[in-house]
Write a new protein. Structure first.
Length: 371
């Protein structure tokens, strides 16, 4: 099967997820995988950029998006010819982005069915762009099938009337661990536990829960905490900065720095108030790091049967108890990951292909001429 995987975001986990899925498909002897990324994707400027078969200029900021949206008709015409030369039988949107309706239209002209892998079925407070969820739902209504990366997301898609219908089946999938190149683990020296909270610094990520849990924990010599990611400045971040042993770095972390950040850590904490599933958890598991996460949304499903994971309730006392467990039994300095992300993505790709074949979601042998 010849599969076109696309993801037109510029930053964050989306382009890496698309790259990992394409690599997983290529690892299956019976498949060919083609990858389409935004020309502005950060991963293309990393130290180990992927092979991109269909680079597409997207936008830079809100004004750039409006300009590109206004030129959508001419964009479709040019894109149709480029896709025709690649001749995919099916396409997969690895994670929705604002300009995906352009790709959907081009694929529709060519008669190529596409599947959308949905990470979030609902808007998280403070996350995403205006109209992004509306655009995602428009895309989903044009798809031949939807893939949910957790039962939690799948149930929400069904409740919204978007999936699990005769016209639009629901594919059951899991988000595999996401690997980053990593330097050797940093020595802990005097630290007993190096704890990392990494990702967007938004209210739903539970920054306040972490602050309250650390207050309940009290002074713990040997505990080092780093809160790293980008987000609006807030009083919660100010309170975290004021705590001994806590460092807050409100900044975007480039692709090539993620591995070093993970190498510094012994464990990651995800004190979320809500979640569909977590790309950060997937990154931590691939790196062989312990994960302390709240039992919300799809996190329990994602982390079940993972020996490196510890779940707590989304309240300060339960989170503090989880932190005590990590301090009482800190991870081994040389504990390697038992997970091979390449194998996990190959297995996920195999499951995806099996479901595609079972539904007969493939274009005809010759892509039809556009009208």
């Amino acid at each position: 099967m010849r599969v076109l995987v696309w993801q037109w975001g510029r930053f964050g986990s989306g382009p890496r997820i698309a790259t990992s899925l394409a690599e997983g498909l290529r690892a299956l002897a019976e498949n060919e995988a083609l990858l389409s990324l935004s020309t502005g994707a950060e991963i293309l400027r990393s130290s180990a950029p992927p092979v991109c078969d269909l680079p597409v200029a997207t936008y830079d900021g809100a004004i750039g998006f409006l300009v590109r949206a206004a030129a959508a008709l001419s964009s479709v015409r040019a894109l149709v010819e480029r896709i025709r030369r690649l001749a995919p039988e099916v396409a997969v949107c690895a994670q929705p982005a604002p300009l995906d309706l352009v790709m959907a239209r081009a694929l529709g002209v060519l008669g190529v069915p596409f599947i959308v892998l949905v990470h979030d079925a609902d808007y998280h407070p403070g996350d995403g762009l205006p109209m992004q969820m509306w655009l995602q739902r428009m895309l989903c209504r044009r798809a031949a099938a939807l893939g949910a990366l957790s039962t939690h997301v799948g149930e929400r898609l069904k409740a919204q009337g978007l999936a699990d219908t005769p016209a639009r089946p629901l594919l059951r999938l899991r988000l595999p661990p996401i690997g980053f190149p990593m330097p050797p683990r940093c020595p802990r020296q005097n630290a007993r536990l190096r704890l990392l909270m990494f990702g967007r610094l938004l209210p739903y990520k539970g920054l306040d829960l972490l602050g309250e849990a650390l207050s309940l924990l009290g002074s713990r010599p040997g505990l080092e905490v780093r809160v790293v990611g980008s987000g609006p400045e807030s009083s919660v971040l100010g309170l975290l900065r004021a705590r001994p042993g806590v460092v807050v770095e409100n900044r975007w972390v480039p692709e090539d720095e993620v591995g070093a950040l993970l190498a510094w850590s012994d464990a990651l904490v995800l004190p979320y108030r809500e979640a569909s599933q977590s790309g950060i958890a997937a990154v931590a598991l691939a790196a062989g790091r312990r994960v302390l996460a709240t039992n919300v949304g799809g996190l329990a499903e994602q982390l079940e049967h993972q020996p490196l994971a510890l779940l707590c309730e989304p309240d300060p006392r339960s989170l503090a108890a989880g932190l005590r467990q990590l301090l009482d039994a800190p991870p081994e300095q040389n504990d390697p990951s038992t997970i091979d992300p390449h194998v996990a993505w190959r297995d996920m790709a195999a499951g995806l292909c099996h479901q595609i074949e079972a539904m007969g979601l493939r274009a005809s042998n010759s892509i039809r001429t556009p009208r």
